[in-house]
Design a protein around this ligand. Structure first.
Ligand code: CA
Length: 416
């Protein structure tokens, strides 16, 4: 597919992608898509009748300050909008191209576009669905011979997190403070974390709501998934280690998590659908799926020390996950928990089997025992103030590339 809108080769955002996000333009937020390096304001196209199959209130969704009303129209409508946009932007279609007045209002060069949080996130769940990550953490903190807890291969382990501290790529995060106990039998102290870490994750966003008490069957789960973003779940390992017993992570994970600005639809990712790892033992019937439900999305993490060039420190893949998104959502709702439009479900750290595919500093540096060397000669076992973490994600095969752009944050010193 080729577009009459210039798309640099190797762009994350060719005509086949059509992501959705929120931009701020002249003091107002609204829904946008992106093609190549051009951001397109959908409210302008709707106003001029280019999305004419939508009616009345449906046309207002593009003027909302978040994607929730748009994605809440449901998959049948959002899929239609995406196809219509592809049609309008396709080479040979002059309907929009010939309207210079509309294009002038609707098109903004990406360097001038101010991105905002794509969705209002109501609830947020963090899963723990990478068997390599769970095994590594189990080896480090529990019993190397029994790294996985007995439930792990039977259900997608997860916990409910804070939605309020999820922020947009480009937002810096202050080093968190908290209680730690540096030595096992030593004193408990308070201060800035000394073990600040990133977690390489992806997250999906739901497009529907369900009544309390109902559950979503695994084979219907993808109907409720609008799309995905990159997710960096910053973590303070020393705070986590002291606070998580007996209930799980709390303040060590709620001081800042970062998402990428463009939501990539499941439809755009369809060509990259693959089988996940073989599940042994076979899951219970409510988690069983017959079709491939993983997606081959390449993930890269770079660490950039202040004043240095970025250094690639990890290459992983979303397809490594043991539990699929459909299984996660089926499990999330099986007890009767209702879901809402704009909820966010993170995958958990995505590690592969090779040491350079581990999705956190904790694993890459194996609890501080194998420091990473940076281009300026300095070493890291955890993140220092001034460090930036840049995560990229893209699916690619046979000349087709569907990318997510990037998810970036910089660590600032702890506040006094
Ligand atoms: Ca996490």
């Amino acid at each position: 597919m080729k577009s009459w809108i210039e798309t640099p080769s190797g762009s994350d955002f060719p005509l086949e992608n059509i992501p959705f996000g929120i931009i701020e333009y002249q003091g107002r937020r609204g829904v946008a898509t992106r093609i190549g390096d051009t951001v397109v304001r959908l409210s302008v196209l709707a106003h001029h009748g280019f999305l004419g199959f939508l009616t009345g209130d449906q046309l207002q969704v593009f003027e909302a300050p978040e994607l929730n009303p748009f994605i809440g129209l449901g998959k049948a409508v959002t899929r239609e909008v995406r196809l219509r946009l592809q049609e309008l932007f396709r080479e040979g279609n002059s309907a929009l191209q010939s309207r210079a007045d509309v294009c002038r209002q609707a098109f903004i060069p990406v360097r001038e576009a101010v991105m905002r949080m794509p969705v209002h996130i109501g609830d947020y769940t963090d899963f723990y669905s990478s068997i390599e990550h769970a095994t590594n953490v189990g080896k480090m903190f529990r019993d190397p011979a029994n790294a996985l807890l007995p439930n792990w291969r039977h259900l997608p382990v997860g916990y409910h997190g804070r939605a309020s501290s999820i922020v947009l790529s480009g937002t810096p995060i202050h080093r968190p403070k908290g209680q730690t106990r540096p030595a096992d039998e030593g004193p408990v102290v308070f201060g800035p974390t000394k073990q600040l870490d990133f977690e390489l994750e992806m997250a999906f966003i739901t497009n529907g709501s369900t009544p309390l008490g109902s559950s979503i069957p695994v084979e219907k789960a993808e109907d409720y998934i609008f799309g995905l973003v990159i997710f960096n779940d910053l973590s303070a390992r020393d705070i986590q280690k002291w606070e998580y017993v007996p209930l799980g992570p709390f303040l060590s994970k709620s001081f800042g998590s970062i998402i990428s600005p463009w939501v990539i639809t499941l439809e755009a990712l369809e060509p990259f659908r693959i089988d996940g790892p073989t599940q042994t033992p076979e899951p219970l019937p409510y988690l069983r799926q017959s079709e491939p439900a993983n997606f081959d999305i390449q993930l890269e993490v770079a660490l950039q020390a202040s004043g240095c060039r970025p250094q690639s420190i990890c290459k992983s893949n979303f397809g490594f996950l043991y539990w699929s998104m459909a299984q996660q959502l089926a499990h999330q709702t099986v007890a009767g928990c209702n879901i809402q439009v704009g909820d966010l479900y993170a995958s958990g750290t995505i590690s592969g089997s090779e040491p350079d595919s581990y999705g956190s500093m904790l694993e890459l540096c194996w609890k501080g025992t194998r420091p990473l060397k940076l281009p300026d000669g300095s070493e890291r076992t955890f993140l220092l103030d001034g460090d930036s973490v840049i995560i990229k994600a893209y699916a690619e095969k046979q000349g087709l590339r569907i990318g997510f752009g990037e998810c970036e944050t910089t660590i600032l010193p702890a506040l006094p």
